[in-house]
Design a protein around this ligand. Structure first.
Ligand SMILES: [Zn+2]
Length: 344
């Protein structure tokens, strides 16, 4: 299958990260993409670079002030006296329980637009995030042009990014941008998020819409980030009620147990009758991933993607999480081979 990749994504190399009070390098490193790129090249896939896609496709999902912030934050941060010159890191956040005003100061805006400490903005973060979204858009365009499937090797990932804020390693919501782009051609699109973590940004973006169904299978937020959302009771709102499905999964669930939940999700998809699929393809549900949540084995990713291929719909695969482990490249290879084996 065609793989969309841009080497400009490597410019995003976040350093600052806090885990349980300890500052250390982020898990979301450029080396991840290098491993995955080697994997797809070894498997003989054709790698293509994305075209230029306009800001309007980002604006279809994100607010203008958020895009302005992401684009200018690093340069504005440099003007602060005694600033950390490598990265913008928020240290104060608005409190949801009181009426808040949008601040003018860059420190206030950083707290407004950055939900946590996992999304620092370096000198090339904006460029990398735009390239990551462009890869997803290009994969969507390939599918519109008739490819049965295309894979976007997107980095930084996107599914935690909200319309107006970065979150959990994510800046631009690549799967949401791809799904919205597909909507120009298809009436109904389903997003299936198989990353270890709940696709909270994606859920939020489409929560009150009935034209894009969102389905997420993920570690139960009672024991893993994002903690506040991702529960089964979140079913959508207004027009969107009945078009959001969450499958919080118990710690240590194996491939067989996972496939049963996926089968249940497929019933909702069949009823919805989508014309295209976007997969938020996280590989961090792997049994030896550093996050240690769910226990999918390498062959399991192939089985999961095969089942998704059997929906028999044009499909855009977009890379999300999946961190350095002994088998990151093998897991991606298994997933892509599994999808191809499910195409009839
Ligand atoms: Zn994840």
């Amino acid at each position: 299958m065609k793989i969309v990749y841009s080497e400009l994504q490597a410019g995003h190399d976040p350093n600052f990260f806090i885990v349980r009070g300890i500052v250390r390098r982020s898990n979301e490193q450029p080396e991840r993409a290098e491993v995955m790129l080697r994997s797809v090249i070894n498997d003989g896939h054709e790698v293509v670079t994305p075209g230029n896609y306009g800001r309007e496709h980002l604006l279809a999902v994100h607010t203008a002030r958020y895009l302005d912030f992401l684009e200018t934050a690093h340069a504005r941060w440099q003007l602060l006296p005694d600033a950390n010159h490598s990265e913008v890191i928020a240290n104060i956040h608005p409190f949801a329980g009181e009426p808040c005003s949008y601040p003018e100061h860059i420190v206030g805006q950083a707290g407004w637009h950055m939900a946590d400490n996992a999304c620092p903005i370096g000198p090339d973060t904006w460029k990398a995030a735009v390239e990551s979204a462009s890869c997803a858009l290009h994969a969507a365009e390939l599918v519109i042009q008739g490819e049965r499937v295309a894979y976007s090797l997107s980095r930084p990932p996107g599914h935690h990014a909200y319309a107006d804020r970065a979150n959990g390693f994510c800046y631009l919501n690549n799967v949401a941008i791809a799904a919205q782009y597909l909507r120009n051609h298809f009436d109904r699109v389903v997003i299936i998020d198989i990353d270890l973590h709940h696709g909270n940004g994606t859920q939020s973006i489409f929560y009150n819409r009935s034209d894009v169904m969102t389905i997420s299978l993920h570690a139960d937020p009672s024991y893993m980030t994002p903690y506040y959302v991702g529960y089964a009771k979140e079913a959508g709102f207004g027009e969107g009620l009945g078009y959001n499905f969450n499958y919080p999964l118990p710690k240590g669930l194996n491939t067989e147990g996972y496939l049963e939940k996926l089968e249940d999700a497929c019933k909702h998809i069949s009823k919805f009758q989508p014309q295209a699929v976007v997969v938020a393809l996280g590989l961090d549900a792997y049994e030896k991933d550093p996050y240690q949540g769910i226990c999918i084995d390498t062959a399991g990713f192939g089985k999961i993607l095969k089942r998704i291929a059997e929906l028999n719909l044009p499909t855009v695969l977009v890379q999300e999480g999946g961190y350095l482990s002994d088998a990151l490249g093998d897991n991606l290879a298994s997933a892509l081979r599994g999808f191809e084996s499910g195409i009839n």
